[in-house]
Design a protein around this ligand. Sequence first.
Ligand code: FES
Length: 369
Amino acid sequence: MAEEAKNNGGAVVAAQGHGSADGAAGTAVISSDAVQNPGLPPHRKRVTDLDPKKEKGAERTVYTLFYLSIAGSLGAVLAYMFLPIETGDPMAIRVHTLVVGLGMALAMLAIGIGAVHWGKALMADHESIDERHPVPSDTETREASAEIFKLANEESGFSRRSLVRNSLIGALIAFPLPGITLLRGLAPQDRDPVQLLKHTMWTKGVRLARDPSGVPIKASEVTIGSAFHVIPETLTHEDFAKLSLDERGGSETLLDAKAKAIVLLMRLDQSELNELPERESWSYDGIVAYSKVCTHVGCPVALYEQHTHHLLCPCHQSQFDVSEHAKVVFGPAKRPLPQLPITVDDEGYLVAQSDFHEPVGPSYWERLK
Ligand code: FES
């Protein structure tokens, strides 16, 4: 049995007795229509609906904006090419950034304003009701959708207004170009990046020094089981400034040069060292040197476990066996750590025999050998 009552706010309350014959229990509250649907205001035609000249003018404005967007995109690309960033010249950096930024802003803004103006001034502005329908659509609905697309095409004039359409397509194609062009800035401007990756600061006769003090290491100081973090002796602030770009291994900054040249030095019992025949002369009395840059994605391989002779990379747990020419024994790295050939000079200091014989770092670059 149900009762109905109206409360003061006009809500209708329907209450049903517990355990009633129809099995429905509880209370349902049904809101009354307190606010009436105001409907739509009467349609007012726009000037472009009434005056063909105004319509033509609006069309001109839209495609001019799209062309302006193309100009902005191309301007940003040209500014990137012809207003280069000069190292150490803040004004050049400011001008470069400003002009490239203005070009990109114009490109985006003009597309946006053009599209809005197209919609407001030229496309049909009548309102329509789109009923919700179940998913997936049936054939009839799909046909209706196709009809809607056709209608939208007719009403927007996408096919008919070829200048607007083509200029929009042009603007959308040109718009991503500045973003793609900026990627060029990731590679060195005037040198071959592959060559740069192949070379470090190590050359024949450069002493191995402690990181970060730069104190050269004598072979006699390296005891069995010990490990040293090593940099080239020339990698100190005073010496680095005097070196040519080639002597720096192509690196502009000390930090870049260090990131490529860092090395780990360990001494093993000669009987535990299983060297490749072609590398037997690359070690000195059980002392071996390997790049500290992990061949997975380049983290520093900084942990040495002297009992197993394993080097561990803390980033993704790759492990390299120093007694087996630093081959990978665990983890995602795909190739051994590059070995630095070493020997000693007349004073007993450890020196490099040459640069690394392969690119250091992630094995991705190995393919470019
Ligand atoms: S960077 Fe060394 S394991 Fe990933």
